[in-house]
Design a protein around this ligand. Structure first.
Ligand SMILES: [Cu+2]
Length: 315
């Protein structure tokens, strides 16, 4: 039977490759998830105004993603599930943007290797996008929590409130490198090539997670640096889009082992039948469902920036 319809893979592009219009459209789609009530929480929805007067739900649909990530953080970080669990997770976010917020392509990613020597100069931190952290001044803070001392400055995310683990304004506090920079350096393209060259899943996962992944999170700091509640900071999705892209690239460069999965350093402590948990946002699914992506037949191109369609997994 001939194919009568063609599935267009949703291409994920580097944030800088998006047109100015699409960048702003993407940012507003993320904000839109905050404007819709939570589907998972049993708490009553409160409506609050954000820093630019928009009506935001608390808890919101966006908060559901933070909640799910927070609930299962211990089993999905520092473990072999790190890559497959986040692959499905960011696809769910992408799907939510498309279904509820008018987005119509893959989520962008942040290739931090482009900014590896001066990440703080990236256009990402412009006021039109994610904003720079600004120290709060006494009296101007909408919150009394002593830990929330740095806000994301003038941007679409100014004075954003987060729900998990308890309500607070979003905090970001760049880890200062020399001259007040974001972090001394994220990973350079050369270092990433070394990691991509690793010929075992376990080794690759361990290096990718503990070096560039952790370094970028901790550099962004605040809520984004706490591994349990990291999605509170919306830069999370661009960062993890890039992590997933690197896994896809690794799969593409090592086709004979593209679908392998193992623990590290003990390769026997994980199997593709291990279940991944999404706390009610999505059915629990085995790891193998996330491994099938990342080879040519599944649509990843050389750069690896094509979406696995989470809908395929519900059967
Ligand atoms: Cu995570």
């Amino acid at each position: 039977m001939p194919h009568t319809s063609c599935r267009h893979p949703r291409v994920r592009r580097e944030f800088r490759e998006l047109s100015e219009h699409d960048r702003e459209r993407y940012i507003l789609a993320t904000v839109c998830l905050r404007e819709q009530p939570s589907r998972l929480s049993t708490r009553e929805t409160q409506w609050v105004r954000d820093g630019v007067g928009r009506k935001i739900a608390m808890p919101s649909l966006y908060d559901d993603f933070v909640y799910v990530h927070w609930r299962v953080a211990a089993e999905t970080h520092g473990t072999p599930q790190f890559l497959p669990w986040h692959r499905i997770f960011i696809s769910l976010y992408e799907r939510a943007l498309i279904r509820h917020c008018g987005w119509d392509e893959g989520i962008p990613f942040w290739d931090w290797s482009h900014d590896s020597q001066s990440p703080e100069t990236s256009i990402l931190w412009s006021a039109r996008f994610y904003g720079r952290p600004t120290p709060s001044t006494p009296g101007s803070s909408p919150d009394s929590s002593p830990s929330s001392s740095h806000f994301i400055g003038a941007s679409n995310f100014t004075h954003l409130f987060a729900t998990w683990p308890s309500p607070h304004p979003i905090d970001r506090n760049w880890v200062q490198g020399p001259q007040g920079t974001l972090i001394p350096a994220t990973f350079s393209p050369v270092e990433l090539e070394m990691i991509t060259g690793m010929a075992r899943y376990g080794l690759f996962r361990s290096f990718l997670e503990t070096l560039p992944h952790n370094l970028v999170h901790s550099g962004v700091g605040g809520d984004g640096g706490d591994f349990a509640t990291a999605p509170t900071n919306p830069i999370f999705w661009l960062h993890h889009g890039n992590i997933d892209r690197h896994w896809a690239r690794w799969q593409h460069h090592h086709l004979h082992i593209a679908h392998t999965y193992e623990g590290y350093p003990d390769s026997n402590n994980a199997t593709v039948d291990d279940m991944m948990h999404y706390s009610g946002m999505y059915p629990d699914v085995p790891v193998r469902y996330a491994l099938r992506y990342g080879n040519e037949s599944n649509g990843y191109d050389e750069e690896g920036d094509v979406l696995p369609d989470a809908e395929l997994l519900v059967s």
